[in-house]
Design a protein around this ligand. Structure first.
Ligand code: ADE
Length: 227
């Protein structure tokens, strides 16, 4: 069972991506629990303030340390976290090995930043890991957090229908996936490779592996391990 708490100022942004069928099934089966926490509940004063101007000036607001800290302390009083993760464009790049590793955790916090980001003291003293989903800047960490939950959630044993299927994902063995085909066997004069219709499973497995290697060499040579 993996429990993920997501801290956000825009909970609405997370509802739809996280109600997706695969993750919904994971939740129904009690394999994954995702809890969205509205940081404003920990905001300061009558206006439930969560951000303020940056010391030193400059455009853009910074998320204040007190609401984040209060929220994280409240969560920590309930469970022990494997990682407290801040979603940030300058974090470690998410990849399949990282997703595998996170899927074996019991409790995670994902902090979604907004505006100019969160006060550096929270990053320094509270956050244990920072993750980026790619070398581009999103307007907030929510969509990045949804990507992490999806990539990690589907790896929990029992979440996918065919339990073995994640094993054959692109990247899982340093190869991208081979091409796939379905009916009809001929469409617009475009034919499915004969081998796939041959019924010879051994030959099909070999063909798929060769295709995966060739595709990886052509498209993503940087992930190919020396075999
Ligand atoms: N927040 C803003 N941009 C991001 C990115 N690329 N990855 C993770 N969090 C982000």
């Amino acid at each position: 069972m993996l429990h993920i708490d997501i801290i956000t100022v825009l909970p609405e942004l997370l509802v739809s991506p996280l109600s997706h069928s695969i993750l919904g099934r994971a939740k129904d089966r009690g394999l994954l629990e995702v809890n969205i926490i509205d940081l404003r509940e920990y905001g300061l004063g009558r206006h439930r303030q969560v951000d303020d101007y940056a010391f030193g000036g400059g455009a853009g607001m910074v998320m204040m340390p007190e609401p984040l800290y209060a929220c994280i302390q409240a969560l920590r009083s309930e469970r022990t976290y494997d990682e407290i993760i801040y979603m940030a464009p300058d974090g470690e790049l998410l990849d399949q090995p990282m997703a595998n590793q996170l899927s074996m955790c019991a409790n995670l916090i994902l902090i979604c930043g907004h505006y100019k980001g969160i006060d550096e003291r929270i990053r320094e003293h509270v956050v244990t890991r920072e993750i980026s989903i790619g070398n581009y800047v999103l307007s907030g960490g929510e969509l990045a957090a949804a990507v992490v939950v999806d990539a990690v959630g589907r790896l929990i044993p029992g979440v996918l229908n065919d339990e073995t299927s994640a094993l054959f994902d692109s990247f899982q063995d340093d190869l991208v996936a081979p091409p796939v085909f379905t009916r009809p066997a001929e469409f617009n004069g475009w034919k499915v490779p004969d081998i796939l219709l041959s019924g010879n499973q051994g030959a099909i497995d070999t063909w798929r592996h060769d295709q995966a290697v060739e595709r990886t060499r052509q498209r993503r040579p940087e992930i190919l391990s020396d075999e």
